[in-house]
Structure formats: structure tokens, C-alpha cells
Design a protein around this ligand. Structure first.
Ligand code: A3P
Length: 315
């Protein structure tokens, strides 16, 4: 990876900063987040790489952590009328969007919500010091997705943004693939991002929970229970028998969220260049089969094997 200069990525330019790649517009927000967030013990940080299931995790964590204030079975639950991205804002895009109380870092109250939920695509080493500091009891959930599906989702999304901006020609899958394999992806390299959180989840399991998109898809109840316990909002036996876990899963499911008016909108309050609907494409495990050639799969798999070697993490 080159340490200077920038790369054109169809819709935007990526710049290296502290060992990772970022679009120029987010750098200001990132520095603000790094310098000004004073994490509270009750803070919940939702971390991910783009296209790894962030929207899903935002919805799940919001539903879980706020279920006393917003009962899951209520017909006026905020997730029915508001995009998960507006309920759980990205620190990384703060400077582009309307004011969001949870991103006012000088305000240390939780706005009468039980916990502040803050989302970020920042790699672990770049998180604000107060988040990483062992003295702060805030928690970090990292959602990760296999590299094949992540790449395919990234490629679709980049071209969507290009369309939204009405700029440039679409990026071919071959060119996008070269960039991705070279580590040049938004908030990437992919493997470095994943490894940072993976290692931290092993070293401090009470502080960092590592969740795989595929596991969430395959065994939602087990994963959602684990997630709730980790966040400090575990389910009671009574809740379990009332079907609260199942209801959360169905409230936050791809098919349900995708078809809500709030998530079909062209405009979004809190997302840079992306429309709410752009966050819902197919929502499946294994869509890579429809896009990657055997040669691409071989290259991506061998790169992944090489990069993750010895870490204990595999896809
Ligand atoms: P696909 O492009 O493969 O469909 P992110 O939220 O990190 O931007 O990731 C977006 C990806 O997650 C997209 O993947 C999107 O369709 C999928 N997704 C969005 N909401 C989801 C949900 N509730 N359940 C499962 N997948 C979801």
C-alpha cells in the first residue's frame, strides 16, 4: 500500500491516513471524533466496515438497548418510521449532516436514552483514546462479513453513490476488485480492519464483541441473545417466553426494514451521498457467486488466508 498520494475510486478519491484509506470529506469528522469524544461507561460503539451489516446491527442494537422506552411490540416503534441510520448516527459523517444530539461530544448525558449508540467505520487503532482506554467501561460491537460478499456489496454501493452524484462512469467489477485486493477500500484495507477488532475481541472479550454477518443470518436467536447480554441488556426469561427475541429479529429483518417507507426514501438525513434505500440491496449470504469468477475467488481466498494466517479467524 502506498503511503502517499491518493487513488481514484470511480465516485471518489481515497486518501491514506494513519495506515488506512478514507475519502477526503470524512477526515474532518474523524478527527473531531478522535479528539473530542469523551466516552462514557454506558456508551455503546457499533463498529464495522462499510457493507458488512452496519444497518442491521444499528437496528438490532437500537431495538435491544431501548426496549424499555420503546416496547418491541409497539405500533409506534421508531424503527417503523425512521431509518436505522437516523436513529444511530455515524460519527464519521458528522460534518455533513443535520445536528444529532448523540454526536454532540460536549454533551455527556445520554439524552434520556439508556445508552448513547454511536456508529463508526473507523479501524480499531484509530478509535478515540477514551473508547480504547481500559478505564472506560464502554463497549464495542464489531460486525464483520466475509470478504467475498463484502466486496460485491461494496462494488454495488460505490456505483450507486456514483449514480446519486451523477458523476463519472461506473467502476467495472474488475477494476474495483483490483483496488480491494490492493487494500484500497473505503476505511480499508479490509483485512487490517477486521484483524484489529478480532485481536481486541480476543484480548478483551468483555469490551469488544466480534459478530459475523453470516452467524447472525444462520442462528439469529443465539446471536441476538449473546449481543443483548454483551450490551448489558440481556433478556429475562419472561421476555423470552413472550417472544421478544423473535420479534426483535423480525422487526430488524432485511425484508421488513427494506419495505418500510422510511427506508425506501431517496433522501437521508444522516448519510453522506447515500440514500436510505441504498442500504438495502439483497441481504443474502453468498451473492458473490453471481459476480465473482473462479479466478477472482481464488485470488481473494488466498489473500484472505495469507492475511489472517495464525489469527484464528477464518471465513
Ligand atoms: P448486500 O449489498 O449484499 O445486499 P451496511 O449496512 O454495512 O452498509 O451493509 C449493507 C449490506 O447489508 C447490504 O448487503 C444490505 O442489503 C445488507 N442489509 C441491510 N440491512 C440488512 C438487514 N436488516 N439484514 C440483513 N442484511 C441487511
Amino acid at each position: 500500500m502506498s503511503s502517499v498520494g491518493h487513488h481514484g475510486l470511480g465516485y471518489s478519491l481515497l486518501y491514506p491516513y494513519q495506515g488506512f484509506w478514507f475519502t477526503d470529506p470524512v477526515l474532518e469528522s474523524i478527527k473531531d471524533f478522535q479528539q473530542n469524544l469523551k466516552a462514557l461507561d454506558s456508551d455503546l460503539i457499533l463498529a464495522s466496515q462499510p457493507k458488512s451489516g452496519t444497518t442491521w446491527m444499528k437496528a438490532l442494537a437500537f431495538a435491544i438497548a431501548n426496549r424499555t422506552r420503546y416496547p418491541i411490540f409497539s405500533s409506534s416503534h421508531p424503527l417503523l418510521t425512521t431509518s436505522p441510520h437516523d436513529l444511530v448516527p455515524f460519527a464519521d459523517f458528522k460534518h455533513f449532516h443535520k445536528e444529532h444530539s448523540l454526536l454532540d461530544y460536549t454533551n455527556t448525558s445520554s439524552q434520556d436514552l439508556p445508552s448513547r449508540l454511536i456508529a463508526t467505520h473507523l479501524p480499531y487503532p484509530l478509535l478515540p483514546e477514551s473508547v480504547k482506554d481500559g478505564a472506560t467501561k464502554c463497549k464495542i460491537v464489531y460486525i464483520c462479513r466475509n470478504p467475498r460478499d463484502t466486496f460485491v456489496s461494496v462494488w454495488h454501493f460505490m456505483n450507486k453513490i456514483g449514480d446519486n452524484k451523477k458523476s463519472g462512469t461506473p467502476l467495472s467489477i474488475e477494476d474495483a476488485f483490483e483496488y480491494f485486493c490492493d487494500g484500497v477500500s473505503d476505511f480499508g484495507p479490509y483485512w487490517d480492519h477486521v484483524l484489529g477488532y478480532w485481536k481486541e475481541s480476543l484480548a478483551s472479550p468483555h469490551k469488544v464483541l466480534f459478530v459475523k454477518y453470516e452467524d447472525l443470518m444462520n442462528e439469529p436467536e443465539t446471536q441476538v441473545k449473546k449481543l443483548a447480554e454483551f450490551l448489558g441488556y440481556g433478556f429475562s426469561v419472561e421476555e423470552e417466553s413472550r417472544g421478544v427475541i423473535k420479534e426483535i429479529i423480525s422487526l430488524c429483518s432485511f425484508q421488513h426494514l427494506k419495505n418500510l417507507d422510511a427506508n425506501k426514501q431517496e433522501q437521508s438525513g444522516d448519510n453522506f451521498l447515500a440514500h436510505n434505500k441504498d442500504f438495502f440491496r439483497k441481504g443474502e449470504v453468498g451473492d458473490w457467486k453471481n459476480y465473482l469468477t473462479p479466478t477472482m475467488v481464488e485470488r481473494l481466498d488466498s489473500l484472505t488466508k495469507e492475511k489472517l494466517q495464525g489469527s484464528g479467524l477464518a471465513f
